[in-house]
Write a protein that binds this ligand. Structure first.
Ligand SMILES: [Zn+2]
Length: 329
């Protein structure tokens, strides 16, 4: 669609251009399609996803089971492969929403610019990627090379230490960029911790909870009450610890989702697999991007969640969550 048609209304930015929210289709809200070799892979080799053909194969598998859109959660400078995200989307027809912003600091080398750059300069960089196109480099030196594909969301992340200290500078940069552009923020929490601190920080900057997506609250089952409290703030909850049996069974995940629905939060649930190399079938893993459709969603349905509610979590909620917020000035 042309920009004129979407003037004055909300839209979603994919790596192949803007789409109307309803065009999002069946959407996985948090995956990792590529991850260049870097410091994180030295600690955990599954954090390296760098075979173009294998990822294309995985995207085709997703498409075969009815998949339409994937949100890639790897931001600039942390091993993101913006060029391949665009090329893989063009080759498969799967729509991809890419991230700017920042990740946990283990994803960056010791002397990386993300650790020291001033908040205002970082904020300008994030805005630039959302409005003008993503950089292809930046894993070592300050980014220089650019493509036309734009980022669609701002990724943020806190570790066990929360949002204070030197991390505050990064959150501030992300908040300013979200305010300036209306782009959604998707934020990593460590086992769900610091979610409320993140929300407070962002809303203190003037962002609406509707512009915030909080990840990984389902990693620990004893987070349920906390999670309901986080949901009461109005943010989107992104549940992605599905098919990860070292944390819990899928049956427990189903119970958790039902609790959220019963508490009235069905309009705020997003689902994804947060895949790494270990779980992608095309890389020799045992799960694959067809797992939600083929295995988990049928379990959710037999647990009592209606088809209409499943459609809400896979289509309607992502359509709203990943849309740019219209800025009224
Ligand atoms: Zn992730």
């Amino acid at each position: 669609m042309s920009m004129a048609e979407i003037d004055n209304r909300s839209f979603i930015t994919t790596v192949t251009g803007p789409i109307a929210p309803e065009e999002i289709g069946f959407c996985h809200s948090h995956e990792h399609l590529f991850l260049k070799e870097g410091p994180a892979a030295k600690i955990d080799p599954s954090l390296q996803i760098d075979d173009f053909d294998k990822t294309v194969q995985e995207l085709n598998l997703f498409k075969e089971v009815g998949g339409t859109t994937i949100v890639d959660a790897q931001p600039i400078g942390s091993g993101r492969h913006s060029q391949w995200l665009m090329a893989a989307s063009q080759e498969t027809g799967v729509q991809i929403v890419a991230s700017t912003g920042f990740h946990k600091l283990i994803f960056y080398p010791e002397n990386h610019w993300i650790r020291t750059t001033d908040a205002d300069i970082l904020s300008e960089l994030f805005i630039d990627e959302l409005q003008n196109g993503m950089y292809t480099d930046g894993d070592e030196a300050w980014p220089k090379e650019r493509i036309t594909a734009k980022a669609g969301i701002i990724k943020t992340a806190s570790d066990f230490e929360g949002v204070g200290g030197h991390i505050y500078r990064l959150f501030k940069a992300a908040a300013q960029a979200a305010l300036a552009t209306g782009a959604p923020i998707m934020s990593h929490t460590e086992l769900g911790r610091a979610a409320l601190d993140q929300i407070k920080l962002f809303t203190d900057f003037g962002l609406s909870p509707r512009q915030l997506i909080i990840c990984h609250l389902d990693r620990k089952m004893d987070n349920v009450d906390y999670m309901l409290h986080v949901a009461s703030t109005g943010v989107y909850l992104e549940l992605d610890t599905i098919g990860r049996f070292k944390y819990h069974s899928d049956e427990e995940e189903v119970e958790l989702i039902i609790k959220l629905i019963e508490a009235g939060y069905e309009n705020q649930i997003l689902l994804g697999l947060d895949t790494t190399r270990k779980r992608l079938k095309s890389y020799g893993g045992d799960l694959g991007l067809d797992y939600l459709v083929q295995t988990f969603l049928p379990k959710l349905e037999s647990g009592g969640v209606s088809k209409a509610l499943i459609k809400k979590m896979m289509h309607d909620n992502p359509a709203k969550a990943f849309s740019k917020n219209i800025l009224v000035k």
